[in-house]
Design a binder for this molecule. Structure first.
Ligand SMILES: Nc1nc2c(c(=O)[nH]1)N[C@@H](CN(C=O)c1ccc(C(=O)N[C@@H](CCC(=O)O)C(=O)O)cc1)CN2
Ligand SMILES: NCC(=O)N[C@@H]1O[C@H](COP(=O)([O-])[O-])[C@@H](O)[C@H]1O
Length: 140
C-alpha cells in the first residue's frame, strides 16, 4: 500500500516524475504531491501527451509541473516551460527535448518550494523566489 509506505518517511513533498499510476485519495489526503507532465496542461493530459501533441500538429508544446489532485493532470499549475516542435520530430526526439527542459524545471521548482514555500488561491499558485535563468531562457 503506497500510502502506508510513504507514511513511514513522513515526506514534506512527494515528487512524481514518470510515475505512471493514478494516485488515490488515501495518498493525496496525507501528502503534498507534485508531478511533471510532458505537455502544456490543460492541453494533452494523460499517458500519451507527446504523441497526442504531435498528432494534433501543434507548433509549440512543453512541460508542466503541477500539484497532483484526484483528477488526472488537473491539479493547479506551478510552472511551465515551452518547447518548439521541430521539422521531422517524432515522439522520441520531441520527448527527449521536452525531458531536458522539464528536468531543469523540476529541480528549480522543488528547490523553490523547499526554500520559499508557496501560496495557493483557488487555482493560482504563487511560488517564492524567482525561476532560475535556464528555466526562463527556455521560455523566451
Ligand atoms: N491522481 C493523480 N495521480 C497521478 C497524476 C495526476 O494528475 N493525478 N499524474 C500522474 C502522471 N500522469 C501524468 O502526468 C499520468 C499517468 C498515467 C495516466 C494513465 O491514464 N494511466 C493509465 C494507463 C495508460 C496507458 O498506459 O495507456 C492507467 O493508469 O490506467 C495518466 C496520467 C501520476 N499520478
Ligand atoms: N503523464 C505522465 C508522463 O507522461 N510523465 C512523463 O514520463 C517521462 C518520464 O521520463 P523518464 O522515464 O526519462 O524520467 C517524463 O517526460 C514525464 O513528464
Amino acid at each position: 500500500m503506497l500510502a502506508a509506505r510513504l507514511a513511514e518517511f513522513s515526506p514534506d513533498l512527494v515528487v512524481s516524475a514518470g510515475f505512471m499510476r493514478i494516485l488515490g485519495r488515501e495518498v493525496l489526503q496525507e501528502n503534498t504531491v507534485i508531478n511533471t507532465h510532458p505537455a502544456l496542461l490543460p492541453a494533452f493530459p494523460g499517458a500519451h501527451a507527446v504523441r497526442d501533441a504531435l498528432d494534433y500538429g501543434v507548433k509549440v508544446t512543453g512541460a508542466t509541473v503541477h500539484f497532483v489532485d484526484e483528477g488526472v493532470d488537473t491539479g493547479p499549475v506551478i510552472e511551465q516551460a515551452v518547447v518548439r516542435v521541430e521539422e521531422g520530430d517524432d515522439v522520441a526526439t520531441l520527448h527527449e527535448r521536452i525531458k531536458t527542459v522539464e528536468r531543469r524545471m523540476l529541480v528549480d521548482v522543488v528547490g523553490r518550494l523547499a526554500r520559499h514555500g508557496w501560496t495557493l488561491n483557488d487555482r493560482q499558485v504563487k511560488l517564492g523566489g524567482a525561476p532560475s535563468r535556464d528555466v526562463t531562457e527556455e521560455n523566451r
